[in-house]
Design a protein around this ligand. Structure first.
Ligand SMILES: Cc1ncc(COP(=O)(O)O)c(C=O)c1O
Length: 403
């Protein structure tokens, strides 16, 4: 039998999809499971965006496009990215992709070489694809610990300690998956001050949740002096307009855009033309539905944080953005005799029918930071109330048993 490559054998994954398969199997067996696993808005894509896609199909606008994307979308995305961040982004600095995700790989591939010790610093906990892509492309992953005491921002001193002549790329993600933390302007200023002493380091600003920022104004590292040229800004349609399955993201950088275009030609050829026309409408059309979704996420955030903080042995900071809550369950684990958050998660799923993700699905646990699980609160208020009530009952019942 021919062998598979070591690179593929060792390839990481996004455990949300693994747990989702577990949940689907339980549902198929007739089990009642309330799921908080999947990171996608639970809304329909707004009708005017759907209509733009249907019109594109009917008009015959469904063939290949240039790898960089259609002009109308590059122009709309350039204006959109620039306006939100207070920088001038030119359309030819923008590249369109099949989601925001591919730009993680394109950025690592464009800034590091294979197997020579090039390092990439990334947030831990963090979106698991950062680490798996860094490793798959032969670079060295350097996790940057996030601190609960800093509302899940990192300590700038921790960043400074990890930068070296080998560092090629720093990945930032704000608002953040999985903690919901945001990098405030002051945090970004501290980071920029450090980066000015390390001019050879690129920055990947994963800003896919930019429109889901609830505490103060969204801020981007790209808007700080000297940062735009070295920052890859990545945003997209998935989270803002409930378009996860449409697959549409865009990234900008004046130097790297032409390199990304070649990567797109080498991988997807182009994003779906139909989706690109829908995205033009998403960006340029009315924003009231996107705003209504955002308002709904804020209500649900407030609900889930209140309920989680009422659950025994659970504390939860109020996340500043995205649609994730990252409660600390260290005490709850102790109360029910669970060795860690992963055992807690498994028992919660199988004994109480509540599906969440554990901290280890987002990187190695940070020493001294305790045990956490992730709730995606892109779920109905009824599901949030029922799910957290089940979790509280589960902890109470098992505490009695453990006692
Ligand atoms: C931090 C982060 N970056 C990127 C993505 C991928 O976005 P897309 O679906 O547009 O590829 C996600 C999706 O969950 C995410 O959480």
């Amino acid at each position: 039998m021919p062998a598979i490559s070591r690179r593929t054998a060792d390839l990481g994954t996004e455990n949300a999809f693994v747990v989702l398969a577990e949940v689907t199997a339980l549902l198929r067996q007739g089990r009642d499971v309330i799921s908080f696993c999947i990171g996608q808005p639970d809304f329909a894509t707004p009708a005017h965006i759907q209509d733009a896609a249907i019109e594109a199909i009917r008009d015959g606008r469904h063939g290949y496009t240039p790898s960089a994307g259609i002009d109308a979308l590059r122009e709309a995305a350039a204006h959109y990215l620039g306006r939100m961040r207070g920088v001038a982004v030119a359309p030819d600095e923008v590249v369109v992709g099949a989601g925001a995700k591919p730009f993680i790989a394109y950025s690592i591939l464009s800034t590091t070489d294979y197997g020579v010790g090039d390092e990439v610093i990334y947030p831990n906990p963090g979106f698991p694809i950062y680490e798996s892509q860094i490793k798959a492309h032969g670079a060295v992953p350097v996790p940057l610990p996030l601190r609960e005491a800093r509302n899940f921002a990192f300590d700038p001193a921790d960043l400074e300690a990890r930068l070296s002549p080998r560092t090629k790329l720093l990945i930032l993600n704000s608002p953040h998956n999985p903690t919901g933390g945001i990098l405030a302007r002051k945090d970004l200023e501290d980071i920029a001050a450090i980066l000015r002493r390390h001019p050879a380091v690129w920055v990947y600003a994963d800003e896919i949740y930019s429109r889901l920022c609830y505490e103060g104004e969204f801020a981007s590292i790209a808007s700080l002096p000297g940062m735009y040229e070295r920052t890859i800004i990545c945003d997209g349609a998935s989270k803002t307009w409930a378009m996860t399955g449409w697959r549409l993201g865009f990234a900008s950088n004046p130097v790297l855009a032409p390199q990304f275009v070649r990567w797109v030609t080498n991988t997807d050829s182009c994003a779906s033309q139909i989706t690109q026309w829908a995205a033009v409408q998403a960006i340029n059309g009315p924003q009231d539905e996107a705003e209504a979704m955002r308002a709904s996420f804020i209500e649900r955030r407030d609900l889930i944080v209140r309920l989680l903080n009422d659950a025994p042995g659970v504390t939860c900071k109020t996340p500043g953005g995205a649609f994730y809550a990252w409660p600390n369950v260290t005490e709850a684990c102790r109360m029910i005799g669970a060795a860690d958050s992963e055992e807690f998660r498994k028992r919660l799923l199988h004994e109480a029918g509540v599906a969440v993700l554990a901290d280890i699905h987002f990187g190695a646990r940070v020493p001294g930071e305790g045990q956490h699980v992730r709730f995606s609160y892109a779920a109905s208020p009824q599901a949030i109330e029922a799910g957290v009530a089940r979790m509280a009952d589960f902890i109470r019942k098992n505490t009695r048993r453990a006692a």
